[in-house]
Design a protein around this ligand. Structure first.
Ligand SMILES: Cc1cc2nc3c(=O)[nH]c(=O)nc-3n(C[C@H](O)[C@H](O)[C@H](O)COP(=O)(O)OP(=O)(O)OC[C@H]3O[C@@H](n4cnc5c(N)ncnc54)[C@H](O)[C@@H]3O)c2cc1C
Length: 391
């Protein structure tokens, strides 16, 4: 019996496994498919960005700035982390009006930020459209190779003694009182009962909502989204050097190491019941491409090489994750609802989750992410649990 059972082999599960195992804990990770087969894998790179992030996540991102540059040394594996800097582009006067406040706030949180005028912005990115009038620049933001990092993290966890099991799908759980005592798991298709020693840490992203509803009778205010990512083929050098975001357009752009340009930012696919996967939608693909062309006109000549919408992510109603022990399962920690920006903060959150799992005390930096924030008073939280559909 392992003391710590982790469900999910994405970046969160693998990083918590590594953090626990290197502190000497006895860890078993259960992954339904293969490592990085969910939101932590797939095309291109992920942004490691503080610029424009929710205030409550900025302290986590500030710590992540210190972890990312040497993470490859710590885990002895490739992360592809590159500190490119991030520009949040501004085209509208109303966005320019609020920009100094955002710059001030981010600097207060230790996130170096500068407001650049049009000439300074074009000095950094000469091929930008003339419509860009300013930008908020965070020089310490960057990108990482998410698939490689997640696999490196799993390997590092194994090297520290963690047992990482692929093709191990969690299908149920048994409790004694308020404690989870075992999990029902299908390992390579065969049913197995996996006992829980100390704690379970549920980090299975798209699976968490339905699982918690079925076994704890709790409703979490989260839902599934299918973010779209595409790569444009570039016969020319990518026209941008940095990670690009935008104050009002739904847009993120990255120059990829293979010379292509990655375009994303919040466009969506649709769920296909027949294939059981997210499928791209033509208008969404074209909408995203046109947003990119609007700020980098040189992208107009680039063809769409690949598009994917098959990596599901859970979004929470207030745009930040739920990281907590839930009522009815005192020895279970849950992290879910990363809302499309969970990558960058993962090394920080994983460290804090491991400390919480070992000490039994919630680290102060995770206090803003408690499940209790959705309830007007503790009594409601109990009522909700006893009769979740009554409110
Ligand atoms: C297209 C896209 C672009 C993104 N871009 C960015 C970005 O630029 N910057 C940023 O900060 N964030 C970004 N994110 C968000 C970030 O990638 C995610 O928040 C993060 O990867 C979530 O990690 P995870 O480990 O929680 O989930 P996942 O990687 O989804 O891992 C969960 C794992 O649980 C497994 N699982 C599911 N059910 C079970 C079960 N029953 N039993 C066992 N295992 C199970 C799954 O197979 C999966 O491997 C993006 C997300 C997507 C999808």
């Amino acid at each position: 019996m392992a003391d710590y059972i982790i469900v999910g082999g994405g970046i969160y599960g693998c990083a918590v496994a590594w953090e626990l195992a290197k502190r000497g804990a006895d860890v078993q990770l259960l992954e339904a498919k293969t490592i990085a087969s969910g939101a932590s894998g797939g095309l291109g790179e992920r942004g490691v960005r503080a610029n424009g992030r929710d205030l409550r996540e900025l302290p986590l991102m500030r710590l992540a700035y210190d972890i990312w540059p040497t993470l490859h040394e710590q885990i002895g594996g490739f992360t592809g982390y590159r500190r490119l800097g991030h520009l949040q582009l501004i085209e509208r006067e109303e966005d320019l009006a609020r920009a100094p406040a955002q710059v001030w706030l981010q600097n207060q949180q230790g996130v170096e930020s500068r407001l650049l005028d049009a000439a300074q912005t074009r000095g950094l990115e000469p091929q930008l459209s003339e419509d860009v009038i300013a930008a908020i620049y965070c020089p310490n933001d960057g990108v990482a190779d998410h698939s490689a990092t997640t696999r490196s993290m799993a390997k590092a966890a194994r090297a520290q003694g963690a047992v990482i099991q692929e093709n191990a799908r969690v299908t149920g759980m048994a409790r004694r009182g308020e404690r989870v005592v075992s999990l029902s798991v299908e390992i390579d298709g065969s049913p197995v009962d996996v006992p829980v020693g100390e704690r379970i840490i549920l980090l299975s992203n798209a699976h968490v909502g339905a699982f918690v509803a079925e076994y704890l009778g709790l409703e979490l205010p989260i839902w599934r989204m299918l973010p779209q990512v595409m790569a444009l083929r570039a016969d020319i050098p990518p026209p941008m050097r940095r990670l690009i975001g935008h104050a009002h357009r739904t847009l993120a752009i990255k120059p990829l190491p293979d010379g292509r340009v990655m375009v994303s930012g919040g466009w969506r696919g649709r769920w296909d019941e027949t294939t059981g996967r997210g499928q791209p939608v033509a208008e969404q693909v074209e909408g995203n491409r046109l947003e990119a062309v609007a700020v980098y006109p040189a992208l107009a000549d680039l063809a769409v090489d690949e598009v994917y919408t098959d990596r599901a992510e859970m979004v929470s109603i207030d745009g930040i994750p739920i990281i907590d022990a839930l009522p009815g399962a005192d020895n279970m920690l849950v992290g879910v609802g990363w809302s499309g920006h969970g990558w960058a903060i993962a090394p920080t959150v994983a460290r804090l989750l491991a400390e919480w799992a070992l000490s039994g005390r919630r680290p102060g930096l995770l206090a803003p992410f408690g499940y209790g924030r959705f309830f007007d008073r503790p009594q409601r939280r109990r009522e909700h649990r006893e009769n979740p559909r009554s409110r």
